[in-house]
Structure formats: C-alpha cells, structure tokens
Design a protein around this ligand. Structure first.
Ligand code: PSU
Ligand code: MN
Length: 310
C-alpha cells in the first residue's frame, strides 16, 4: 500500500515526537473563506497565538500534490493569494495529489490529514453542516461525514446560520458525534453565542475536555467530536441582522445557480460584503479565540498523556 508521504514540518514533527501539544489548522478558511490580505494576516496571527499559548500550530494544505502539515510563510502566502488553489474535501484528496495540485483543505480533508499525522486537536472558525433547504438540495457538508469516521476533535464557533442548526445537531447525534459547548448550555451560531438551540453537552474547563479526548483515544473510538466555543459578546452580531443578510445571500445563490462546493464560499463572501466587513472582523476574532482554547486543550491533553493527573 502506498503511504501518505506526509510532509510534516520540523517544528510539528519535533513536538509530535516528544508528545508536546500540537493544534491542526485548516486552509480553506485562508483560500476560500476570507479575502486577501486579512486571510494571510489572520493565518499568521493565529499561528503566533497558538505558539504563545504553548502549542505548535500545524496548518494543513496540499501543496503541489504533497500533503503538508505545518506550512512556511511562502506557502501561506500562496494559499492566501493564488487564484489557482482548489478547495479540497475528502472526495478531492486523491485527485489533488495525483494531479500535483495545490489545494486548501476543508475541515473534512484537514481532519483526515491531521489524523494521519497523529494530531488529535484541530481549531477552525466554523464547520460545514446541513444546509437550509436540504430537502430539495440534499446539501450536507462532507465535514459531518468525516466526523463520523475520523478521531479528531474540532474546536469551532458552532455552525453559521447559513446552515440549519437543529438539523446539523440531529445529524451529529445520528452519527454518534458528541457536540460539547464550552461554558454554555446553548449551542452557538458562529456570529452569535446563542442559536436558540440547546447544546447536547456543556463542559466548563479545558481539563474536562482533555479528559474526554483521552478516554475517546483509549477506547479507540473512530469518530471525532465538536467542541463549540461561543463568540464573545464584544464581537457578536445580533441574529436578526445576520438573518437578513443570509436570506439575501441564499436568494442570490439560487438566482445564480451556485452549486456544490461553491456554495459555502459564495455565501461567506456575500455576507462579508453585506455586513461591510463586520462579519470578517467577528470571524477573525472568533478564530483566534478558538485557537486559544484548542491550544489549552492540547496542553492539558499532553499533560494527561504524559501520565499527569488532575
Ligand atoms: N464555514 C465557515 N467558514 C469556512 C468554512 C465553513 O464559517 O471557511 C469552510 C470550512 O473549510 C469548511 C468548509 O470545512 O467551508 C465546508 O464546505 P462545504 O459546505 O462545501 O462542505
Ligand atoms: Mn455542500
């Protein structure tokens, strides 16, 4: 069997071999989720923040057909600026590698590669989910399928309300995927801390989350989990305001017949424009908060794996 031939950076490899905390980061958010130059600055700042908390960041992407775990500055720049970068989810991975393409990896593809590298904690902004109007479109993100089969724990700010939040939670439940909200009993809706939907689980500190991950690993469970981190009040955007923009963006997507993997990037771009950049600011704020939380969980997990008790 052909090996994955991962290209793991020296820093990430060093941390993994010593059992030190590592946090995986995705790249679709860089290439298809945010405009330039904010995407590049955020990617860099997020990595610096992860290091300052005490974990090594492993940003993941496919660069000219190689699965890279931990990117250098020029690779980040390429992902942030090139129009040639494709969006790769699970279905696109073998094609991207075979054709030596450069691809930004979605949550699903990043989970796959992170797992191959031995990374258990992953931070991002928002995950994909069950789209509104799913009964007609059958649009359910491959991120949810991946969570069923890959043991990586994804720290995010919940799901954007371009998605159907209740149906997404139902889908997670069916798939046996725990969704835990950090310090709140409400599941967050990305731009707002409260989606109006109760969270299946609440945990109040990072050690509790790390213990869950440790047990998950000891049981060799093959699925992942969602750790939802509600956005701070200071950066949140009221639901009613977002709702208006989302409705308009969905309408426009329908008119223009945007389909398949183009839908999520299209909606994100529309919403960022409609809110006059306010949503972008919130997005940047929350991804940093998520990386901070993930780095602390990864630290506690490393402590437990070394035999520490608390
Ligand atoms: N949601 C966001 N920002 C993002 C994405 C989702 O708020 O950048 C990206 C992530 O990479 C996620 C992907 O994995 O979109 C989901 O795409 P799709 O819905 O096509 O599966
Ligand atoms: Mn889709």
């Amino acid at each position: 069997m052909k090996q994955w031939n991962l290209k793991i950076s020296k820093d990430v490899q060093g941390a993994l071999s010593k059992g030190e905390p590592v946090v995986a980061l995705e790249s679709t958010i860089i290439s298809h989720g945010m405009p330039y130059p904010e995407n590049e600055t955020t990617a860099r700042e997020v990595e610096a923040m992860c290091i300052s908390v005490g974990a090594i960041p492993a940003t993941i992407a496919i660069i000219e057909g190689e699965c890279c775990v931990g990117l250098d500055a020029s690779q980040l720049h390429q992902l942030a600026t090139s129009k040639e970068v494709i969006k790769a989810s699970r279905r696109d991975i073998a094609i991207a590698i075979a054709q030596k393409r450069t691809a930004a990896t979605t949550v699903a593809a990043t989970m796959m590669i992170a797992h191959q590298a031995g990374i258990k904690v992953f931070a991002t902004g928002g995950i994909g989910g069950v789209h509104r109007g799913v009964a007609d479109s059958w649009d359910i993100s491959a991120d949810l399928e991946e969570l069923k089969r890959t043991p990586v724990h994804v720290v995010c700010a919940g799901v954007k309300s371009i998605l159907d939040i209740s149906k997404t939670l139902e889908y997670l439940e069916t798939g046996g995927i725990p969704a835990i909200t950090y310090q709140s009993d409400k599941f967050p809706a990305f731009f707002s801390a409260d989606s109006g939907v109760a969270s299946p689980y609440t945990m109040s500190n990072t050690m509790e989350l790390a213990k869950m991950i440790l047990v998950h690993d000891q049981l060799a469970l093959q699925h992942g989990s969602i750790i939802a981190n509600p956005i701070d009040d200071s950066a949140s955007i009221p639901r009613e305001i977002m709702e208006e923009h989302i409705e308009a963006a969905l309408e426009k997507a329908k008119e223009r017949k945007v389909e398949g993997k183009g839908i999520t990037p299209f909606l994100l771009k529309e919403i960022a424009e409609k809110t006059g950049g306010k949503s972008l600011k919130s997005n940047i704020h929350l991804i940093k908060a998520n990386v901070r939380l993930a780095a602390r969980i990864a630290q506690d997990l490393a402590f437990l794996e070394m035999g520490g008790r608390k």
